[in-house]
Ligand binder design. Structure first.
Ligand code: DAH
Length: 317
């Protein structure tokens, strides 16, 4: 019997033999029932055999269970060196990230965020900005016109008109959004982003060009997280007088144009129902994509809009 137990290699057979031995009609059960008729010596022999068989069954059971467990463990083994399936996690788009950084800087300076429609009417995109239809400055921007005379907003300056019309003065706002022009190369995309600031208050608040320059410096230095060398050039925009452009020194040697700005033209205030003898202020506008490209050392604006997830993930944001 002991040999028989040793040879068994699965739990089912062991269970069957166990039942045949110790079950209700088992061989050992039958012998134990005859104990009363046996001599002391015979009884001791049966007891010893009984104990030995039980031990043998128990040992075999443990051995088989252990073997089954080992087999299971090795079949369910996880090879951590295998390639995993790639998982795509969403990330914040670099332009969204840039806007939230610039936005929080401007908000900390007291500016409130505004948006406006991307399909604009002529009034908000041009005329109210002191650029009536005969004005040569309309040619400064190559515009996408719609059949009904509306235009795909060429500049977020349109938002400052809406803000002044709706909110009135005093006002301290920034407008953000997509703008459109017929141009396309590595540094120009037909769709691009602009951020626009406007601060208008009573004349006796003395909002001046130096406030404008200081505001732009503060904003840019906080965004780029370092001191910047800045240069101011006289320029022309129909909606500001005087008008300036601001350049920053980049990589130690190049001057890069970064923003257009100026004191809001009296005609613009008038067009929004504001008396220029009582109020004055400044406005500034700059390319949202452009500053993101500078900060992260990118050289092709079109990448922002290609929607290539591999690039977006590796763009350093
Ligand atoms: N709208 C101008 C552009 O698209 C940028 C600009 C210049 C905005 C001067 C302003 C400003 O608010 O004062 O080129």
């Amino acid at each position: 019997m002991l040999d028989e137990i040793k040879k068994i290699d699965n739990l089912e057979e062991l269970q069957a033999l166990y039942t045949a031995t110790f079950g209700k009609n088992g061989t050992m059960t039958a012998r134990l029932k005859t104990m009363a008729t046996l001599s002391n010596g015979e009884r001791a022999a049966v007891n010893a055999e009984n104990a030995e068989l039980r031990r043998a069954f128990k040992e075999k059971q443990i051995e088989l269970e252990q073997a089954a467990l080992n087999a299971k463990l090795s079949s369910e083994y996880v090879d951590v060196t295998l390639d995993t399936e790639p998982k795509n996690h969403g990330t914040i788009h670099p332009l969204t990230e840039t806007l939230s950084q610039i936005g929080s800087i401007l908000e900390s300076l007291g500016y409130t965020m505004w948006t406006g429609p991307e399909v604009e009417d002529d009034w908000h995109n041009f005329t109210a900005l002191n650029t009536p239809s005969y004005h040569p400055a309309r040619d400064m921007q190559d515009s996408f016109f719609l059949d009904n005379g509306n235009v795909l907003r060429t500049q977020t300056s349109a938002i400052q008109i809406r803000a002044m019309e709706q909110h009135g003065v005093p006002i301290k706002m920034f407008g953000v959004g997509r703008t459109y022009r017929k141009e396309m190369d590595a540094t120009h995309s037909p769709m691009f982003g602009q951020i626009e600031g406007l601060y208008v208050d009573k004349i006796d608040k003395h909002i001046t060009m130096s406030d404008l320059v200081a505001t732009i410096r503060t904003m840019l230095e906080r965004y780029f997280e370092r001191k910047l060398e800045m240069r101011i050039r006289p320029s022309y925009f129909p909606f500001t007088e005087p008008s300036i452009e601001i350049d920053i020194k980049w990589n130690g040697d190049r001057w890069l144009e970064i923003a257009g700005a100026g004191m809001v033209h009296p005609n613009v205030l008038r067009n929004c129902g504001i008396n220029p003898d009582e109020y004055q202020g400044f406005a500034f506008g700059f390319g949202w994509d452009r500053i993101a490209m500078l900060k992260f050392g990118l050289n092709d604006i079109r990448k922002f809009y290609d929607g290539d997830i591999r690039w977006l993930k590796n763009s350093g944001f």
